[in-house]
Design a protein around this ligand. Structure first.
Ligand code: ARG
Ligand code: GLU
Length: 722
């Protein structure tokens, strides 16, 4: 019986690693060794040297980290860069005024002179990646404490960086991989003069907004365009009117042929963060504890904001961006839970752990080194459960109440002031004024008060009284245990909640208000909530988390040693990765099967005249009516979006989707809701990345916006008509 069982478990693992062919975010420099064969098997027609090569041009020379939070790609020999609309949104918004609302109406530069500079924006190219594990771990021994280890690692990193071969205009950084079992060094070039070239109206670039966010079928033209400018020598340079369009080492060719179901695709970019090697107990907690807490707080916050936004146009403008960002993660977390359940993620992870344990127990050396590892990991995770829950309540609630944001900033400046440092104080004051000017522009005290009342009620009634701030309990007692009254009192004082009053105070007599914060209730409350959290939660949480990190590092090393047949990829950490798969629809749930492509017809099906999410611009409607698709349509239809099995995550926004030849076929911008648990556990049956078809992008640029001169800069190819 037990033989049969273990056979079955091994079989399960073999099967699941065989079907996991599309899982993984791979390091470009290891593709040849680890992935080339499989990629060719899936249909790739080029070699991995064409993708990553340090000695001659390769596709990686066309990929940039866009502002450090998204991905972009170079698509012309004059430095044109393509990324998502939601990645370029800050730039688009900054240049918008009531007179020319580029968010609502779109923007197109008709020549170089009209392109708009963006002082804080930059793009970074990866020149070279090197494995520096040996150098970084030199002198590290297994018996060291975490802090001993870290100080040696830090010293080695700074030595390695200073010895790195690079040009003066290049940068170098070192990052940890595989839970700090390995380290890689990156030589980079950062261009800081990046100008806005074009963006569609948000009714195209963000069509469907929050309702369609994370959803398939999708009909969003989520793109915007920029241009990299360089000094006359083509090297990175600070912004200058004299800078010239950057001539890239490589730009992507654009396929006009599209892809069909089953075709090979790859996505090349900068995924931010995944947790693919967590213990099964950690997955369970994500599903049963952490996500539910975070969702519950955001449910309430979003409902409050939505209520106000529907009643008041001004509030709608002020809270749109905040609402979108709170709802983005909220919706993803809600999707993760059913995805994990449906694909049996905990059970699969448990089976994997059982197999690991079996192999370890059967080998004397492994048994000594790793015998207790899983047990200790599980125990540490159990220990952290209540602490993680308290952390999630605290951070979620605190970050939604802007009164606390104000108090935190003011208190911090008071501390700087009282600890000497005249220069730091005046610098801090300038920063505070900048931050608060920004904050008050989009602040409504009535909304914030309601958030305070509702979320503070949760903070008190959903939690153990031991971790609740005593100062809050005292204030609450004075207010007759009435949360509404407490909120009224705090917001009624209006020291912080009236932007005009506060900004005047900061202009006329900053020292007075900064000093007086010592007695302002919001400031006292913020400090005490933080102090209570630090004392009752954070101290123990950090200690336990440190232990988990250490155990997890050993477990990672052990897995690579013990599960020899498995190919490992490091968790995402905002470094350049390649993921590959095939274009493919999916079965969303019983009886619901999704196609792999969407068309402009679907935009028209979703069209709701005048709706803020589903309105369609008149020009686009008429192009549709006349089937006026130019060279971009296919069989009388206009392709819009598509899905494939590429394993992507946040940060992959704006990443190019490439065909079997390395031509650009789409722009990654989202994942399908049913499979968003891929950050924790990827399953090829329902995990899909969502891309906008490059032909739709070109159609909007050319036929809709009349900026066809930009398309002329690009290299269009027909790989399928060869
Ligand atoms: N879900 C995508 C991502 O995580 C798109 C977010 C922007 N779009 C939106 N409708 N909020 O970034
Ligand atoms: N929209 C995400 C981003 O901004 C990509 C979606 C995902 O998480 O995969 O990076």
């Amino acid at each position: 019986m037990s033989l049969l069982r273990s056979l079955l478990v091994s079989l399960l693992i073999v099967i699941s690693s065989a079907t996991m062919a599309n899982e993984g975010m791979w390091l470009p420099l290891l593709l040849e060794k680890l992935n080339e064969k499989e990629m060719k098997g899936l249909g790739m027609k080029i070699s991995t040297k064409d993708i990553y090569n340090v000695n001659s041009g390769s596709l990686k020379d066309a990929i940039v980290s866009f502002g450090g939070f998204c991905t972009g790609e170079v698509i012309s020999s004059k430095g044109l860069v393509l990324t998502n609309h939601h990645c370029g949104l800050d730039a688009i918004q900054t240049h918008s005024t009531i007179g020319h609302n580029y968010i609502r109406d779109g923007f197109w530069a008709m020549n170089y002179a009209e392109e708009l500079p963006n002082p804080k924006l930059f793009v970074t190219f990866i020149i070279r990646i090197e494995d520096v594990t040996k150098q970084i771990l030199n002198g590290v021994t297994p018996s060291m404490t975490e802090s001993e280890r870290q100080s040696i690692v830090d010293k080695n990193i700074s030595e390695t960086r200073s010895k790195a071969k690079k040009e003066t205009y290049q940068d170098v950084f070192v990052k940890a991989f595989f839970e700090a079992n390995q380290y890689y060094m990156f030589i980079t070039e950062t261009y800081k003069d990046v100008r806005l070239v074009g963006a569609p109206p948000s009714s195209v670039g963000n069509f469907g907004q929050d309702t369609d966010n994370w959803m398939w079928p999708r009909h969003t033209g989520d793109f915007s365009m920029f241009r990299i400018y360089a000094g006359k020598d083509n090297k990175p340079a600070e912004y200058s009117a004299d800078n010239v369009p950057y001539v890239p080492k490589r730009s992507l060719a654009i396929s006009m042929d599209g892809v069909n179901e089953g075709d090979f695709t790859m996505v090349f970019g900068f995924p931010g963060k995944t947790m693919e090697y967590m213990h099964s107990e950690a997955i369970r907690q994500t599903m049963e504890v952490n996500n539910p807490v975070k969702i519950a707080v955001r449910d309430k916050a979003l409902a409050i904001m939505d209520g106000f936004m529907r009643r008041d146009e001004q509030i709608k403008i002020q809270y749109t961006k905040k609402y979108a960002s709170i709802s983005n993660a909220w919706k993803k977390w809600r999707g993760e839970i059913p995805g994990l359940i449906r694909t049996g993620a905990v059970e699969k992870r448990k089976a994997y752990e059982a197999e690991f344990q079996k192999r370890v127990s059967a080998n004397m050396e492994w048994k000594t080194k790793y015998g207790n590892l899983l047990k200790e990991l599980e125990a540490a995770w159990k220990e952290i459960e209540p602490l993680g829950k308290a952390r999630d309540y605290y951070t979620e609630i605190n970050s939604k109440i802007e009164l606390f944001t104000i108090a935190r900033r003011v208190n911090a400046l008071r501390n700087i002031k009282n600890n000497g440092g005249k220069h730091e104080y005046s610098e801090g004051l300038t920063k505070l004024k900048d931050t608060l000017t920004e904050l008050y522009r989009n602040f409504n005290p009535a909304v914030d008060k309601q958030l305070f009342e509702t979320l503070i009620t949760m903070y008190v009634s959903d939690q153990d009284s031991k971790i609740v701030s005593p100062v809050l309990m005292e204030y609450l007692k004075t207010a007759g245990k009435d949360f509404k009254k407490l909120a009224e009192e705090l917001y009624g004082a209006a020291d912080y909640t009236s932007g005009i009053k506060m900004m005047t105070a900061l202009e006329q007599n900053p020292a007075e208000i900064i000093e007086r914060s010592k007695t302002i209730k919001a400031s006292l409350l913020y400090d005490d909530m933080l102090a209570t959290y630090n004392k009752e939660v954070a101290a123990k949480l950090n200690e336990t988390q440190g232990r988990i990190n250490q155990l997890q590092r050993t477990y990672m090393q052990a897995q690579m040693e013990v599960m020899k047949e498995k190919k490992f990829y490091p968790d995402a950490n905002s470094t350049l990765r390649l993921t590959y798969g095939n274009v493919k629809g999916y079965t969303a749930r019983d009886g619901v099967k999704y196609d792999f492509y969407s068309y402009l017809d679907g935009v028209m099906e979703k069209y709701i005249p005048g709706d803020y999410e589903f309105d369609v611009p008149e020009k686009l409607r008429s192009l549709y009516q006349n089937k006026d698709y130019g060279q971009y349509g296919k069989n009388g239809k206009m392709p819009v979006c598509l899905v494939a099995t590429n394993h992507t995550t946040g940060g992959n926004s704006g990443s190019p989707a490439l065909d079997a030849y390395g031509n650009l076929v789409g722009l990654n911008f989202d994942r399908a809701w049913e499979g968003v648990m891929s950050d924790i556990s990827y399953d090829p049956s329902i995990c899909r990345n969502i891309m906008v078809d490059i032909r739709y992008v070109l159609f909007i640029i050319d036929k809709y916006a009349g900026a066809g001169h930009l398309v002329k800069e690009m290299k269009l190819v027909n790989p399928k008509k060869k």
